[in-house]
Design a protein around this ligand. Structure first.
Ligand code: NAP
Length: 553
């Protein structure tokens, strides 16, 4: 493990050694900045290191869920499957770290417990859990949007005498559930992936479902030589489209205009037969693209209902027991307003004799007892193990926990108590020289996150190079700029159906978290254009200062 002198001063201190932190380090180093990465875990990989539950794979296609900044890297790494499994993503990140010699500037086991801005020194000081501190001119938060698990309350775990796990904090050694009675709490993306795998092992699996998922077949497959030849021939064009969000990888990277261009503007303009054929085409293709099969699915409830009806029919076709099928149907929110889940054998798992769906909407969870779970009706489910697939304190979770203090002691957690505000999702006022990667109100989870990360890193790096050229040391955003951006982001959300669901997108899953859309819904192209326009206009909305005076605004 890298040891560093605490007295050393860096141009940039980066928090997190996942996809964002690794590329940020590589980029800054290449530009001649000194940089260090502080990582909480004992190895690199971020979200893809900590999450290692059985069945975990990405819902973006592998060829796109990878960096595009180096064509040789793009060509030499061969993905084995359409949707990459966690071990392969982690192997890839380790390959990147070795290939670009990144490890020498990464300090592991260094969870950051505080970051303070010093106006006089124009620098950030970051304190790690091990008592060490690190100083730098710029601080880059590469802490991930899904890195802080939403842990079960003591009420849910306290009395339970069996073993329990959270999907986002899985043990390094494989867990053997053979012959055990296992309960899974939650039915989001993580649960949808882990359930079929646990069902293969457990003597009996109980799925405790509060809100049914909207799950679409992944249609995963192994990538063959023909696919690779196609990729080698087309990757530049595909990457460029992906940068602008035209292809986000949730569908088929090779998809043609039949998929991309809806034949009519509204699902309601199509006949039932045409709609069914179109939805069936997306269903067979696999991936989440079905939710944009018509442009109005996410803005018009009646149009959205047509997709919900299609999904319900599919569940009826797959799940043998009508009562179970009915309970599995997503209800109470428009489809696509909670993250669609990609499934491999999820609905089929409920046809197994050793799998029982417990519908918590009908019979809510009462308490966890020593030997299992009790529901309000008095039913008792005896369990040897519990798996919590209860999600994350998404997007802002890592940032507000870190005790970040900006100008005049302003605390980030206090500033965002009523909801996060951030200009372009990159910076927030009163926190000079602090950048966020995939920050709140950036497009993050509504894009292929790797494209968003590359956009942020490149844009921030350009800004730092400009500052170096202009001999400026401090950059910050104005309150007016961040309020205008937040208003714009909120206005766009108001035109969609997203507020109609209780989702992690809106912060609903964490008690006490303010209800606010955490992600920019305007799309990658308009976000990228806006960032480029801001830079071209001399970094409109940003204020710079040199060692002594404010020099531009
Ligand atoms: P999630 O989508 O937030 O789902 C959490 C689940 O736990 C929900 O079903 C929730 O029910 C339930 N839950 C939470 N607290 C509960 C309680 N006290 N009692 C009963 N049920 C409870 O979390 P996730 O599945 O970990 O996924 C989060 C995000 O991570 C995904 O949306 C996706 O973006 C990403 N992810 C991606 C992949 C992939 O790439 N394939 C895989 C895993 C995760 P309610 O809905 O009723 O709150």
């Amino acid at each position: 493990m890298l040891e560093r002198e605490e007295s050393e001063f860096y141009d940039a201190v980066i928090v997190g050694a996942g996809h964002s932190g690794l590329y940020m380090l590589h980029k800054l180093r290449g530009l001649g900045f000194s940089a260090i990465v502080l990582e909480a875990e004992d190895d690199i990989g971020g979200t893809w290191y900590r999450n290692r539950y059985p069945g975990l794979r990405c819902d973006v296609e592998s060829v796109l869920y990878s960096y595009s900044f180096d064509e040789d890297l793009d060509q030499e790494w061969e993905w084995s499957e359409r949707f990459p499994a966690q071990p392969e993503i982690l192997d890839y990140l380790n390959h990147v770290a070795d290939r670009f010699d990144l490890r020498r500037d990464i300090v592991l086991n260094s969870e950051i417990t505080g970051a303070t801005w010093d106006d006089d020194a124009r620098a950030w000081t970051l304190r790690a859990v091990n008592g060490k501190s690190y100083r730098g001119r710029f601080c880059l938060m590469a802490t991930g949007i899904l890195s802080v698990p939403s842990m079960p309350s003591d009420e849910l775990t306290g009395a339970f005498e069996g073993e329990w796990y959270h999907t986002a904090n899985w043990p390094k050694d494989p867990v053997d559930f053979t012959g055990k009675r296992v309960g899974v709490i939650g039915t989001g993306s993580s649960a949808v992936q882990v359930i079929p795998r646990l069902a293969e092992q457990a003597s009996h699996l109980y799925v405790f479902q509060r809100t049914p998922a909207f799950a679409i077949p992944a249609n995963n497959y192994r990538l063959d030589d023909d696919y690779r030849a196609w990729w080698r021939e087309n990757f530049r064009g595909v990457r460029e489209k992906n940068r602008w969000g035209t292809i986000v990888g949730f569908g088929d990277t090779r998809m043609d205009d039949r998929y991309r261009v809806a034949p009519v503007p509204s699902a309601l303009d199509a006949t039932p037969e045409e709609r069914r054929a179109r939805y069936q085409m997306f269903w067979d293709m696999g991936g989440g693209q079905i939710t944009i099969g018509y442009p109005d699915l996410i803005v018009n409830e009646d149009a959205n209902r047509t997709l919900a009806d299609f999904t319900e029919q599919k569940i009826d076709e797959i799940v043998s027991d009508p009562e179970t099928a009915d309970a599995l149907k997503p209800r109470g929110f428009p489809v696509g307003t909670k993250r669609p889940c990609l499934e491999i054998g999820y609905y089929e798992a409920f046809n197994r004799d050793n799998v029982t769906l417990v519908d918590l909407r009908r019979d809510p969870l009462a308490r966890t007892a020593e030997h299992g779970i009790e529901t309000r009706s008095g039913a008792c489910y005896a369990l040897d193990a519990l798996v919590f697939a209860t999600g994350y304190d998404a997007v802002t979770g890592a940032l507000v926990r870190m005790n970040i203090q900006g100008r005049r002691g302003t605390e980030l957690a206090a500033k965002w108590a009523a909801g996060p505000v951030a200009y372009l999702g990159l910076m927030t006022a009163d926190f000079p020289n602090l950048f966020m990667l995939l920050g709140p109100t950036s497009p993050s989870a509504f894009t292929n996150c790797i494209s968003s990360i590359e956009q942020h890193v490149d844009w921030i790096a350009d800004l730092l190079v400009t500052m170096r050229g202009d001999k400026q040391e401090v950059v910050e955003v104005t309150s007016d700029a961040e309020e205008a951006w937040s208003r714009h982001a909120a206005e766009l959300v108001g035109q969609t159906l997203f507020p109609k669901a209780n989702s992690w997108y809106m912060g609903d899953n964490i008690p006490g978290k303010p209800r606010r859309m955490l992600i920019y819904v305007g799309g990658m192209a308009s976000y990228r254009e806006k960032c480029n326009a801001v830079a071209a206009a001399g970094y409109e909305g940003f204020v710079f200062s040199g060692p002594t005076a404010v020099v531009s605004s």
